[in-house]
Write a protein of this length. Structure first.
Length: 230
């Protein structure tokens, strides 16, 4: 669990203002869906939270500590899952432990007993324990994305970020994968921010909603505040 505070965040790419003075706070363990059309600034916001992108101005803190770069306790799920097709579901999940360096680990220690258990637990969380040995290339798009979720969980994050995690899936798989993300977040008490462009999925799985347009935060509220045009 992590408390997030974003203050007056702006990001420009040359003449393009991708984020304009965005501020919000997220308490521990909340499941937040970011809504907005393509180009609204969702990816830029998530990349700033992940420490992959430096904001032009403003600040982000996690548990009152300002972010200056990527952190071990922040995991990200991507639209393109970047899993290794030649490896098994289990092998892919295990690679999530490589992102945990804070415990003084080295590459030689990456598959110790603790990591193996974490990989199996994560595969169980996403309903793929029986498919652990299956090569990723043999799996469906939805299953591959669930492997990507498992890998993020093996990192043992406090904050889970997901950038359009279901955008490339058919509606049924998209709903199933969002369900696994929500369940994983609830089970592990993870503060979560997921961007989506499907309002129906946002309504089904979101607890709190941030609406973005042209780099600005134009909506911030809970389910009961959601209007039809968000
Ligand atoms: P979204 O995720 O909502 O589609 P993005 O954060 O990807 O929005 O993009 C917001 C704006 O910033 C868009 O106009 C996009 O073209 C621009 N943008 C994003 N990344 C870059 C980049 N690396 N270089 C230049 N412009 C970018
Ligand atoms: P999304 O809408 O899912 O964020 P985009 O197609 O906007 O995806 O962006 C995909 C990648 O291209 C991102 O890494 C983003 O930073 C980069 N990008 C987006 N717009 C631009 C741009 N105008 N110039 C350079 N890179 C960009």
């Amino acid at each position: 669990m992590s408390t997030i505070k974003v203050e007056n965040l702006s990001k420009s790419y040359g003449d393009v203002q991708a984020l304009r003075d965005v501020s919000f706070e997220i308490p521990d363990g909340e499941f937040v869906v970011i809504l907005g059309e393509s180009g609204a600034g969702k990816s830029t916001l998530l990349r700033c939270l992940n420490g992959l992108t430096q904001p032009t101005s403003g600040s982000i803190s996690i548990d009152a500590e300002e972010i200056t770069g990527p952190r071990d306790d922040v995991a990200m799920i991507f639209q393109q899952h970047y899993i290794i097709e030649q490896m098994s579901a289990y092998g892919n999940a295990l690679t999530g432990s490589l992102n945990r360096t804070s415990f003084g680990r080295s590459l030689l220690q990456w598959n110790d007993r603790e990591d193996k258990l974490a990989a199996l637990e994560a595969l169980d969380t996403v309903g793929l324990l029986d498919e652990a040995g299956q090569q990723a290339s043999q799996m469906s798009g939805g299953q591959q994305q669930r492997v990507g979720i498992a890998r993020a969980l093996v990192q043992l994050p406090n904050l889970l970020l997901a950038d359009e995690p279901v955008a490339s899936l058919d509606p049924a798989s998209a709903e199933s994968v969002m369900g696994y993300i929500r369940d994983a977040a609830d089970e592990r008490n993870l503060t979560t921010l997921a961007s989506l462009h499907q309002v129906n999925l946002a309504r089904e799985f979101g607890e709190r909603f941030l609406g973005m347009k042209d780099g600005r935060l134009v909506f911030d509220g809970y389910r009961e505040d959601l209007t039809i045009d968000v």
